[in-house]
Design a protein around this ligand. Structure first.
Ligand code: FES
Ligand code: FES
Length: 171
């Protein structure tokens, strides 16, 4: 790898970017894909597996729009390499809910009108699912703190917190 005059990384002339066979298990389905080692999990999901639920906002780990679960823990998929997920369980917003029914968090977001444009919503929902599993939804202040990595440019925060509190049983 070399840097160009603008500072971008580029493959050294004469060397092919290194690719690896990666077994990605996403929403319970395992698929083997050949990917450049520099491909992020977010780009692998969206561009190689056709799962566009996770959104690309900042592509720098700052907005949370790309949040998915890896082995049940939330991660910003723009900062994780797809190759790091070989053999691990990835869950995206498409994998929530069962039998055609919405997941309780999805249902609560709809009932509480917890979005406007909806761009941040998949990441908010994935973060909320993990937060509830982590037992971090004891109060609105705690929900706000532990959802603080998920930004909403529409400012739907109050309704998002209401939706999460509803599922947590806090009303
Ligand atoms: S796109 Fe990943 S954190 Fe913003
Ligand atoms: S609903 Fe528009 S960014 Fe959150």
């Amino acid at each position: 790898m070399d840097r160009t005059e603008t500072g971008a990384w580029t493959a050294t002339p004469g060397t092919a970017p290194r690719e690896v066979e990666t077994a990605l298990t996403v929403n319970g389905v395992t698929r083997s894909v050949r990917l450049d080692t520099r491909v992020t999990l977010l780009d692998a999901l969206r561009d190689h597996l056709g799962l566009t639920g996770a959104k690309k906002g900042c592509d720098q780990g700052a907005c949370g729009a790309c949040t998915v679960l890896v082995d049940g823990k939330r991660v910003v998929s723009c900062l994780m390499l797809a190759a790091q997920c070989d053999g691990r369980e990835v869950t995206t917003v498409e994998g929530l809910g069962e039998g055609g029914e919405a997941h309780p968090v999805q249902d609560a977001f709809a009932r509480h009108d917890a979005f406007q444009c909806g761009y941040c919503t998949p990441g908010q929902i994935m973060s909320a699912v993990a937060l509830l599993a982590e037992g971090r939804a004891g109060s609105r202040a705690e929900i706000a703190e532990y959802m603080s990595g998920n930004l909403c440019r529409c400012g739907a925060y109050q309704n998002i917190r209401s939706a999460v509190a509803d599922v947590a049983g806090g009303g």
